[in-house]
Design a protein around this ligand. Structure first.
Ligand SMILES: Cc1ncc(COP(=O)(O)O)c(C=O)c1O
Length: 370
């Protein structure tokens, strides 16, 4: 099997542990071990203190699955598979797709959401997010033009990485109806769900509203714990689990035992973690809005409606790659150009979840002044 390199991850590997400020990161300010353990209930602290470092259950710790299932309306612990989020994209695609299948994927998107399908031998059509004035939009009617007799899967990601776009509930219903009409599977990457700036914008998890829907979620973004490598797949389609497990036996077999117990603590204190992260994001959003307002002749801001990232457009004289290069070389501040998402139009991704965001934006302003 051959697979195209993951552009964004390769770009990150150049700077992630070297740059002074990561101004494009999609995760929120990571919690320390002490911060997380301070939130533990007496019973989870007991689990932590008595933890034996053996192999764990392939499907995931039963208490972790029990806690995660509470956040869904129609998902039981036995409907959940726990693993690293990126691993779960791989497992889900491998267990769902065959060579020759056709896949419709939202674009721009996190590369693995369509690249794994391509590596299996599927053809992929992109469903584009478009810009209308100063906001991102989608047109659910596009889907009828993209579907073919071979279409097996629709890939969604709301809130979207990199744009922070969330469709309206009416648009979301139209998407689900489209999938149902054509009998499609829907893989919905919900890694940024719960980080909506207005709670009324939150969409249902696909696994709760569509019988052929698979939701991907996890602790990396919403809960600021990417180092735990804990996420989950959830679906009402109970036939999927056996295939998922068959693939997981060839990836990691089971999860890290400490990560699972720390994950239980995180899920049990979910609301406090989300509140902490949203508060960092909303503070940074104000700084971003002020910055792009002052420099509106040089940028199209395109404000996000949820999540920890945005995808503004650079309108300056030179290419956005050059802007990113100057920023990292002269100020050690890393910014990802849109080409890492196979996207043209001068976009770049900014990350709103880190506490040193103001320093990063100050450096960006200095580059513009130079
Ligand atoms: C939309 C989306 N899905 C999945 C992942 C993978 O998550 P993780 O890095 O925790 O495996 C990411 C990470 O950036 C992401 O942005």
């Amino acid at each position: 099997m051959s697979i195209t390199p993951f552009k964004l991850e390769r770009y990150y590997s150049l700077y992630e542990f070297k740059a002074r400020v990561m101004l494009s990161s999609s995760d929120c300010e990571s919690l320390s071990m002490a911060e997380l353990l301070a939130l533990a209930s007496p019973s989870s602290m007991e689990l932590w203190n008595n933890l034996k470092l053996g192999y764990t259950e392939t499907q995931g710790h039963p208490i972790l699955r029990q806690e995660v299932s509470r956040s869904y309306a129609g998902i039981l612990p036995e409907h959940l598979l726990i693993a690293a989020p990126e691993e779960l994209i791989y497992i889900a695609m491998q267990s769902m797709l065959e060579p020759g299948d056709h896949v419709i994927a939202l674009s721009p998107a996190y590369q693995s959401l369509y690249e794994v399908a391509r590596s299996i031998g599927c053809s992929v059509s992109f469903w584009p997010l478009r810009i209308e004035g100063s906001r991102w939009v989608i047109d659910p009617d596009d889907l009828e033009r993209l579907v073919t007799p071979h279409t097996r899967l629709l890939v969604l990601n709301f809130p979207n990485n990199p744009t922070g776009f969330v469709p309206s509930k009416t648009e979301f219903d139209a998407i689900v109806q489209f999938a149902r009409r054509h009998g499609l599977m829907v893989f919905s990457d919900e890694m940024y769900r719960l980080l909506e700036y207005h709670p009324e914008d939150r969409l249902s998890a696909i696994c709760d509203v569509y019988e052929k829907g698979i939701s991907l979620s996890g602790l990396s973004k919403t809960m600021a714990l990417p180092g735990l490598r804990i996420g989950w797949l959830a679906s009402q389609d109970t036939g999927l689990m056996e295939r998922w497990l068959a693939f997981k036996d060839y990836t990691t077999i089971c999860n890290s035992a400490p990560s699972e117990v720390l994950g239980i603590i995180a899920v049990q204190t979910r609301d406090r973690l989300v509140e902490r992260n949203l508060s960092i994001i909303l503070d940074n959003l104000k700084i971003a809005a002020g910055f792009f307002d002052r420099l509106s002749s040089r940028f199209n801001w395109l404000p996000p409606s949820a999540g920890s990232i945005a995808f503004p457009a650079w309108l300056g004289q030179y290419p956005v790659e050059e802007l990113c290069r100057r920023l990292v070389e002269d100020h050690s501040v890393m910014l990802v150009p849109g080409s890492m998402f196979d996207h043209t139009g001068g976009h770049f991704r900014i990350g709103l979840g880190r506490r040193n965001f103001p320093q990063g934006m100050a450096a960006l302003e200095m580059v513009l002044a130079e």
